[in-house]
Design a protein around this ligand. Structure first.
Ligand code: FAD
Length: 413
């Protein structure tokens, strides 16, 4: 630990900004397991530094499930510095502001101006984007950097000493380092933890995801104002909230409808999801329920949060987990994928600072120390928003709304 902390002290300025083009002195053959947003981001970060990267994905086809995703500036700054801008440019929407609205009537209770404040304060934009477009941008950049992506390659077993992976086909692939970004149902996590998995747990929150054709909203004067300027609007109320923004160059209206649901997801009936969702929001702002009524299909997701893990890196320092496999979180800070992007940047940075392969364990320990702390804070903050946004009308809700008022006063809506 002393060596790893010393290492961090020496490298802290480098860690904070991945814009440098520092090439790794120790070039490694690295397998990244999982071609989700996290795995591809990590592959890009590592390939930029001169490592040879193979990504193994279990699915037969690459892609992303769900519709929209927010890319906050801590993530967009890294993506820009990695040269993703040309791939993202035509796909992203940059919302003007984020507005919190009262559940009953949509009255504004809080507002955060994003443009130009976020570019000025954080030197990077706040984006929203269709997940498929984000994934495609990462994939194309990875290919440009020479990353090899193999589909239909499910990893079944890890040899944490070799290190190597065994695929479902029986093939064994060896590398110098294996990075598993294999999501909440991670196979790697059990191997990293020495046999006893500690999977993410249900939080009692669930979310419906859906999109509405923006043209339908544009045609209705009662709700068309939602599209006048690209913006994020969040209606908040007891045990529920609805997050909305436009994606796909403004053509699609993305909605995440969250609510408290402690029942077992195994008992959920997909065919009832649409009706249940509409019932949950009965009595809310009529302009919102009008849009909810336009939804013709939806999927309900249980929202999980990862538990604090004793380690992310094997004692052999040859296999590690990152992204949702290591730190799943509820999406109430819009930071799950952003944390995976940061993981990739941090890993690439610590590995680029070592002079010999002997220093890999110190580098990985530094990675683990920094990333566990940062993502742990984000997991906690995300759960906290799940409380703050869901107060029933009453003293806590009044106090919350009062505290948000300063941001609203003096603005016209
Ligand atoms: P995954 O996306 O789960 O990818 C894992 C990949 O590994 C998959 O492709 C899978 O097929 C593959 N895989 C799994 N096992 C194996 C195996 N054994 N062998 C080979 N391949 C394997 N985050 C944000 O930053 N902003 C947001 O606005 C946001 N909104 C969200 C809204 C909702 C409703 C939800 C549920 C999440 C949201 N998130 C958001 C979180 C974000 O979606 C995740 O944190 C992110 O997608 C995790 O990426 P990952 O690559 O770690 O895992």
């Amino acid at each position: 630990p002393t060596r790893s902390l010393q290492f961090l002290r020496n490298s802290s300025s480098e860690y904070n900004n991945d814009a440098c083009s520092l090439q790794a002195k120790v070039r490694l053959r690295i397998i990244v397991v999982g071609a989700g947003l996290g795995g591809l981001a990590c592959a890009i970060a590592l390939a930029r530094r001169g490592h040879t990267i193979t990504v193994l994905e279990q699915a037969n086809q690459l892609g992303e499930v769900g519709a929209g995703i927010q890319i906050p500036p801590n993530s967009s700054r890294l993506l820009h510095s990695w040269g993703l801008q040309p791939f993202l440019k035509s796909a992203v929407v940059e919302p003007d502001g984020m507005t919190f609205r009262r559940w009953l009537d949509g009255k504004v209770i809080g507002y955060t101006k994003l443009v130009p404040q976020f570019r000025e304060n954080f030197h990077a934009p706040y984006y929203v984007i269709h997940r498929a477009h984000f994934h495609d941008a990462l994939y194309r950049k990875a290919l440009e950097l020479g990353v090899q992506v193999k589909v239909a390659s499910r990893v079944e077993k890890y040899d944490i000493e070799a290190p190597s992976v065994e695929l479902a086909s029986g093939d064994i692939l060896k590398a110098d380092l294996i990075v598993a970004a294999d999501g909440v149902k991670s196979v790697a996590r059990k191997f990293v933890l020495g046999g006893n998995d500690i999977p993410p747990e249900r939080t009692g929150f669930a979310a419906y995801r859906a999109t509405v054709d923006a043209a339908k909203i544009k045609d209705d004067p009662e709700i068309s104002w939602l599209l006048e300027k690209p913006s994020v609007n969040i209606w908040i109320g007891e045990d529920r909230h609805v997050m909305t923004y436009t994606i796909a160059a403004g053509e699609s209206f993305n909605m995440v409808l969250s609510h408290v649901d402690t029942s077992d997801p195994a008992t959920w009936k997909p065919e009832k999801a649409l009706k249940d969702m509409q019932d949950y929001f009965t009595g809310w702002d009529p302009r919102l329920t009008k849009i909810i009524a336009m939804i013709d299909k939806t999927i309900k997701w249980p929202l999980l949060s990862g538990k604090s893990l004793p380690r992310w890196v094997t004692p052999s320092s040859k296999v590690l987990i990152m992204g949702d496999a290591a730190h799943a979180m509820v999406p109430y800070m819009s930071q799950g994928a952003a944390m995976a992007v940061e993981d990739g940047a941090a890993l690439a940075t610590v590995l680029s600072l070592i002079d010999t392969a002997e220093d890999i364990p110190a580098a990985l320990m530094a990675f683990e120390t920094v990333r566990m702390k940062r993502s742990g804070q984000m997991q906690a903050a995300s759960l906290l928003n799940g409380k703050l946004w869901h107060f029933p009308d009453g003293p806590e809700q009044i106090l919350r709304d009062e505290s948000m008022k300063a941001e609203v006063e003096g603005r016209s809506f």
